[in-house]
Design a binder for this molecule. Structure first.
Ligand SMILES: NC(=O)c1ccc[n+]([C@@H]2O[C@H](COP(=O)([O-])OP(=O)(O)OC[C@H]3O[C@@H](n4cnc5c(N)ncnc54)[C@H](OP(=O)(O)O)[C@@H]3O)[C@@H](O)[C@H]2O)c1
Length: 389
């Protein structure tokens, strides 16, 4: 059966990997929708290639090439935040693939579940902010939420080994350790944005690359796993595993450990998320354990990389703290990329914003966005007062 996919964030690093997988399996997947924020030119090329029924550009900079492509393909064009919400409820979609970056990912996720659409999700921001409520809504409606990212995706697959949730003892979340694993503090102070975005294993967008280098990404993933799988923080163990071969594991009540391994290639978790619950045969390179020679593991160094500790603490404090963590970190990463702050200032700034926050319960997307805005403004305020040079 051909699956009809609506892809939001198709112009991003991950979005392009998703399209690459689809090109490999044209007999299995059909693109019915494509969406991006502002990259009108790239989106126009994608529309020309896939001729989707629905097209979204959330910023209103629709170029003539996109307009021409939309007319030629006979697509319906959505725009603005309203469009981001509306497109998730269109007909004829089997799976909504949310690979956009940023907290606004909560809009299509929420609408998709409301309209009983299965979702493959990489947008960790939305799960970090509202994961518990999203999970409850999805479970209540019988909607499948399938993680795309390699680590949550691996744990999702390891869960298949459970006959009963009570058999789950703990989760192992692996981290590559990023490009600066071996640097001391004096070296970390001076790393550049260019160095921070060149990840040793994965090719990713700028924010997630910097987050991987600070280990904030792993902290966000710990919160994501807690909310997505409803597992206590104490039962989530983070391990630095530089080879990135074991993507996730679960410890079972009889002392067994079930792990998911593969070569570090995003195409593999993407294909599983798109084809779930089926597994599609591929000719992709198999894992050769003899070639690998060694797999190493070490505890993360939270003295050099305090973002991991800060994120887990924010997760444990709960309420609106994870939303503040996410928004403040996004702004701090932007400031670092613009060379306004140093790499080591990122966790300091985020921790300062968290300390100023009066937590509230988040019950709706609107409330989540209010907190998100507060955290962004507060981050700029503290930066202007204390850190701007
Ligand atoms: N890259 C990976 O391997 C990877 C792995 C795991 C998880 N993730 C997660 O996947 C998400 C995307 O990561 P990425 O590395 O692909 O980032 P990226 O390269 O920066 O791409 C972001 C994508 O999201 C789109 N976007 C941003 N805001 C949007 C909005 N308001 N409306 C519609 N589209 C919007 C962008 O559109 P424009 O191009 O028009 O700006 C672009 O297509 C993040 O949540 C990240 O944490 C990524």
């Amino acid at each position: 059966m051909v699956k009809n996919l609506l892809i939001i964030g198709s112009t991003g690093t991950l979005g392009n990997r998703v399209l690459e997988v689809i090109r490999n399996f044209k007999d299995r997947f059909n693109v019915v929708g494509l969406g991006a924020r502002q990259d009108s030119e790239q989106l126009a090329l994608q529309v020309m290639e896939f001729r989707p029924k629905y097209v979204l550009l959330t910023e209103n900079n629709i170029t003539s090439s996109l307009r021409d492509a939309v007319i030629s393909a006979g697509s319906r064009l959505f725009s603005g935040i309203q469009g981001l919400r509306e497109i998730a409820s269109v007909d004829g979609v089997d799976l909504i693939v949310i690979v956009m970056g940023g907290a606004l990912g909560i809009y299509p996720l929420w609408e998709a579940i409301k309209y009983n659409r299965d979702v493959a999700i990489a947008n960790k921001e939305s799960i970090v902010i509202m994961g518990e409520i999203v999970r409850k809504l999805a479970d209540g409606k019988g909607v499948n939420l399938i993680p795309i990212d390699s680590e949550p995706g691996a744990i999702f697959q390891c869960f298949n080994a459970l006959n009963d949730r009570r058999e789950l003892d703990y989760i192992v979340l692996t981290a590559s350790g990023g490009p600066f694993r071996r640097l001391d503090y004096n070296q970390l102070v001076n790393v550049t944005p260019e160095e921070a975005v060149s990840h040793p294993v994965w090719r990713m967008g700028k924010r997630i690359s910097v987050d991987s280098a600070t280990l904030m990404n792993k902290g966000l993933e710990v919160i994501e796993l807690h909310k997505f799988f409803d597992v206590p923080y104490e039962k989530i163990q983070v391990l630095v595993h530089p080879q990135s071969i074991i993507h996730g594991a679960i410890g079972l009540s009889d002392a067994s450990l079930v792990a998911l391994m593969s070569n570090p290639d995003m195409k593999i978790p993407i294909l599983y998320a798109l084809s779930y619950p089926e597994r599609i045969e591929t000719s992709w390179k198999r894992l050769n354990l003899i070639e690998l020679k060694e797999l190493t593991f070490e505890a993360p160094d939270t003295d050099h990389f305090p973002a991991l500790r800060i994120a887990i603490e924010a997760g444990k404090r709960g309420l609106s703290y994870p939303a503040v963590l996410n928004a403040s970190d996004e702004v701090a990463v932007e400031l670092f990329l613009n060379r306004d702050i140093r790499f080591t200032d990122i966790p300091i700034l985020v921790e300062e914003v968290l300390s100023k926050h009066s937590p509230v319960t988040i019950n709706s997307v609107e409330e989540a966005m209010e907190i998100d805005n507060w955290a962004r403004e507060e981050t700029y305020k503290i930066f202007n007062k204390v850190m701007s040079r």
